[in-house]
Design a protein around this ligand. Structure first.
Ligand SMILES: [Zn+2]
Length: 149
């Protein structure tokens, strides 16, 4: 059986096909990524899938922006999602896909604005009580205090 090898191949060090097997990701490089035969999707269904793939991409981007790191699973899903979006775009066309993705784009645009506000708003250091600006979302102490996650 064919898997969605086209979009899953060459995910580099993240690929489960080559060591180290860091990220075996459901739907990307595990047994469930096997293609289903004798079932075709509608254009509407492609839009639904595209929105989910964009969610995966944005989730990973947000995680990196908020915490300056992203897990191998999220990174793999993001890379795979971008490739699937490219394949879906070839079928639906750029304009139709962009229209389908607009609500997801807007939702994440707002989340990134909120995140920027979090970083632009001073918080009190949990150690010394001094106000400081965070560089990552989980930062709870200022530069002058020992870092505790
Ligand atoms: Zn402090």
């Amino acid at each position: 059986m064919d898997q969605v090898a086209h979009e899953a191949e060459d995910l580099g060090w993240l690929s489960a096909a080559r060591p180290p097997r860091i990220a075996l990701v459901e739907g990307v490089n595990d047994a469930s990524s096997e293609l289903v035969e004798d079932f075709q999707v509608t254009r509407y269904e492609l839009k639904v899938l595209a929105r989910q793939y964009l969610e995966d991409v944005k989730e990973s981007e947000f995680e990196y922006a908020a915490y300056q790191q992203a897990g191998s699973t999220e990174t793999t899903k993001s890379m795979f999602g971008m490739r699937r979006l490219g394949s879906i775009e070839l079928v639906l066309g750029e304009d139709v896909l962009a229209k389908a993705l607009a609500p997801v784009e807007e939702k994440w645009r707002r989340r990134f604005v909120d995140l920027k506000m979090d970083f632009a708003t001073p918080v009190k250091c949990e150690e010394c009580g001094e106000e400081f600006y965070r560089e990552v979302l989980y930062q709870v102490t200022c530069d002058g205090c020992p870092w505790t996650p």
